[in-house]
Write a new protein. Structure first.
Length: 305
């Protein structure tokens, strides 16, 4: 069993701490799967700037293989945020840099590499939508994070991606239980074989088109937690690793007891993540901005007298 994160990487810049941390949805899922005992790899584009080298080194240091990723000329993705009452609050984003502007296209060699994994995970932040049909047809299970943005819940977008997904993840902290269930049903109706919704302290729900299972959250002690960065990604990793260990495949969809067990593992994984700085630590001080280039004083013509 092994998991491949395919898509985004980003620097999470905590302005209140003055620290840059490695992260990104696809990177995080690979790192968390590795920490849970599975072999894991990351496939994507790193920028050729200093932050790109920092990201690549940090991911590899977690035991996640990065050898098939590429380095391209351009800036790395940076998201800025701070922590308020234990929760991370996003302040800005540079669009993802070269990782998103020039994403990998799966040629024959890379597709064969991706197909060697039990599960390939990607996200709306990765611009990998065009590659999902290839991945699904190649054989591995495919999971995809649909985030919480309305643009990724539009029928046209869901119709594009859902038929190729074995597991879709939704962040639904903004929805009540009834609205969450309606969204789960809509995503499943458009082709996703299984849909998982996380709702923060309200717990999580999974739906496979027939069975709906809900589990409560495991609240962390706010006095000792670091922040909530990566908790949703940790939940997905714990959930997926549990299902894979129970034999999950397209020909062997999980039973209700396996879904219940997977929700328990996901809940525990998300809880434990609350005590980790940022996505997986490995931070370094944010570099001060480069000094502005000196300005040559303008030469003014003498006034006519």
């Amino acid at each position: 069993m092994n998991i491949l994160g395919f898509g985004d990487n980003v620097v999470d810049r905590f302005v209140d701490r003055g620290i840059d941390y490695p992260g990104g949805n696809c990177v995080n899922v690979a790192v968390y799967a590795r920490r849970l005992g599975l072999d894991a790899a990351y496939l994507g584009v790193f920028g050729d700037d200093d932050l790109g080298a920092f990201l690549r080194t940090a991911v590899a240091a977690q035991g996640v293989a990065v050898e098939h990723s590429v380095v391209r000329h351009g800036e790395s993705g940076v998201s800025t945020l701070h922590v308020r009452d234990g929760d991370r609050v996003f302040l800005g984003y540079n669009g993802g840099g070269v990782t998103v502007s020039e994403p990998l296209v799966l040629d024959g060699e890379l597709l064969a590499y991706a197909a060697s994994f039990s599960l390939v995970h990607s996200s709306v932040y990765s611009r990998t939508e065009s590659e999902l049909p290839k991945l699904s047809a190649a054989g591995p299970l495919v999971s995809f994070d649909l985030s919480d943005d309305e643009e990724f819940r539009a029928p046209a977008y869901l119709d594009r991606v859902c038929p190729h997904l074995d597991l879709a993840l939704l962040s639904c902290s903004d929805l009540d239980e009834a609205a969450t269930q309606r969204l789960l049903e809509a995503v499943a109706a458009r082709g996703a074989r299984m849909v998982l919704a996380t709702r923060g302290l309200a717990g999580a729900t999974v739906y496979d088109g027939r069975t709906l299972v809900t589990a409560p959250a495991l609240a962390a002690d706010a006095r000792s937690m670091a922040d909530t960065m990566g908790c949703g990604d940790a939940f997905l990793a714990g959930f997926a690793v549990s299902l894979l260990r129970d034999g999950w495949s397209r020909g062997n969809p999980p039973s209700r007891p396996r879904l219940e067990r997977a929700l328990e593992h996901g809940t525990q994984s998300a809880h434990d993540q609350c005590f980790v700085e940022a996505a997986f630590g490995h931070g370094r001080p944010t570099a001060p901005p480069a000094p502005a280039a000196p300005q040559t004083p303008a030469v003014r013509a003498p006034l006519d007298r």
